[in-house]
Design a protein. Structure first.
Length: 243
């Protein structure tokens, strides 16, 4: 489920530009940007789509975190001319031929399109299989508030972070991680023989090397300490290897 919010006020673009990891200043015409809201320490709080359509600006946020995300955004509002209110529109998505007015999902071509307005009939799509195939994290599963770092979750390859824009909340930590020679941890795709609950520890010998997440078709997403993820790994009774 998604929650859609209308953002109004003269300062709406500059306000979001100073808070989110994506570059939203170019959204003066129709367009869509994927971005994250971070803590000052650089940890993930929420991810969202910022959508400019027909002169209006919307936020598309997973319903499970929407209230907290909007509350955090409003904490930064101070004297800015910005209002964030629920919008009475729906988001539809699919991977077949896009309807008029739809936007390509900015994260990856395999995720198809997103349409904002009246709800459209949606074909049955195995979204988990697509996410696992292309290593795309999901809100509340691989993306965990106050824990996940967005570069470890792959936001740079998902077009969810700009390294050319100015400052935003959490930017300093994110930039430092970007300029490291190599990340030691990250979200990766693994082959899995068996199954285990989401959140199961992944063991490399007697060491906890990471956490198992979404599984589909003999593969899974896992957050791993990469230098420990050599050879066969275990998550409960399941056996894993890097795909």
């Amino acid at each position: 489920m998604r929650s859609i919010f209308l953002v109004t006020g003269a300062d709406r673009l500059t306000f979001l530009q100073g808070l989110l990891s994506g570059d939203v200043l170019g959204l003066t015409d129709d367009g869509i940007v994927y971005a994250a809201l971070l803590t000052p320490q650089g940890k993930y709080l929420a991810d969202m789509f910022v959508v400019a359509q027909g002169g209006a600006l919307y936020l598309d946020i997973d319903a499970s975190i929407a209230a907290g995300a909007v509350q955090r955004l409003n904490m930064y509002r101070l004297r800015a001319d910005v209002q964030i209110t629920p919008a009475d529109i729906s988001v539809s998505r699919g991977v077949e031929r896009a309807p008029n007015g739809a936007f390509a999902d900015p994260r990856h071509p395999a995720l198809g399109w997103r349409h904002y307005g009246a709800a459209l009939p949606e074909a049955l799509v195995d979204w988990d299989a697509l996410r696992v195939a292309h290593c795309i994290p999901e809100t509340g599963i691989e993306l965990i508030p106050n824990e996940t770092y967005i570069l470890e979750a792959g936001f740079d390859r998902l077009n969810g972070v700009s390294f050319r824009k100015g400052c935003y909340v959490g930017q300093e930590v994110t930039a430092r991680m970007r300029h490291k020679t190599e990340l030691k941890k990250g979200l990766v795709r693994v082959a899995i023989d068996g199954a285990a609950p989401v959140g199961t520890d992944i063991m490399a010998g007697d060491r906890v090397a990471g956490t198992l997440f979404t599984q589909s078709g003999g593969f899974a997403l896992a957050h791993l300490r990469l230098d420990w993820a050599q050879g066969e790994l275990r998550a409960g009774d399941a056996r894993l290897t890097l795909a």
